[in-house]
Write a protein that binds this ligand. Structure first.
Ligand code: 13P
Length: 248
């Protein structure tokens, strides 16, 4: 039984003061909800959110991490640093990191392995560009991201990985994939997981859709059989909007 899981991705928005104000408002709205929720925030907001959400059931996620234990990697943050703060999730391989910061399937794989050695659950992002969709390469491409990113990850660890299908053309564009397009790819992802692992493992993995999810389209997306959650960018910046999506 997969429990619905909605995560916000604030990207590079919100100072500590903004995060604190958000948390106070969101905590009150979330009380008594049984849908799982998390907010993935900039590193500088994480401690504020961990403290504010203690005992509420709301998770906190980072948006990136380095794969080395420690070392001369100016500007980077390690898994141990996130663990010490009490972070629950970490996004890995978001298309913006692949596009602007040279993230590859290989670095995604190294990051997943490092996270899975500890308690933090990775949210691994995959998804095709518009050109890849139009040329019909979308399924081969997403399969290659899964095969590369999940290389060497055991079935037991795989159950702790959340996969977010985020078609690049639907991110921040207001152009949502239709529920049928999102469902088709999520069903494909689950088939790939059956190939790579087995039916029981594939059945337990939480699949999120991400790309212009809003209160107005959350219900039809969440009603799809293979879609268990959403990774929400812009609409996660306002507590009431994020809550309306959680209340789909
Ligand atoms: P938007 O919801 O703003 O389209 O962003 C989606 C996303 O990239 C979440 O990770």
């Amino acid at each position: 039984m997969r429990i619905p899981f909605i995560a916000g991705n604030w990207k590079m928005f919100k100072t500590k003061a903004d995060a604190s104000a958000f948390a106070e408002e969101f905590k009150a709205l979330y009380q008594g909800t049984d849908v799982k929720a998390a907010v993935c925030a900039p590193f500088t907001d994480l401690q504020t959110l961990v403290d504010a959400f203690k005992g509420t059931g709301i998770g906190v996620g980072a948006q990136n991490v380095h794969f080395a234990d420690e070392g001369a990697y100016t500007g980077e943050i390690s898994v141990a640093m996130l663990e010490e703060m009490g972070v629950d999730y970490c996004i890995v391989g978001h298309s913006e990191r692949r596009q602007y910061f040279a993230e590859t399937d290989e670095t995604v794989n190294l990051k997943l392995k490092k996270l899975l050695a500890g308690p933090i659950r990775p949210i691994m992002c995959v998804g095709e560009s518009l050109e890849q969709r139009d040329s019909g390469e979308l399924f081969d491409f997403v399969r290659s991201q899964l095969v590369g990113g999940l290389d060497g990850i055991s079935a037991e660890d795989m159950r702790r990985v959340v996969i977010a299908y985020e078609p690049i053309w639907a991110i921040g564009t207001g152009r949502t994939a239709s529920p049928e397009q999102a469902e088709e790819m999520c069903a494909f992802i689950r088939k790939v997981l059956i190939d790579l692992y087995d039916e029981d493992t594939a059945d337990e993995v939480i699949l999120q859709y991400g790309g212009s999810v809003k209160p107005a389209n959350a219900t039809e997306i969440m009603n799809m059989d293979e879609i268990d959650g959403a990774l929400v960018g812009g609409a996660s910046l306002k507590p009431a909007d994020l809550m309306a999506i959680i209340d789909f």
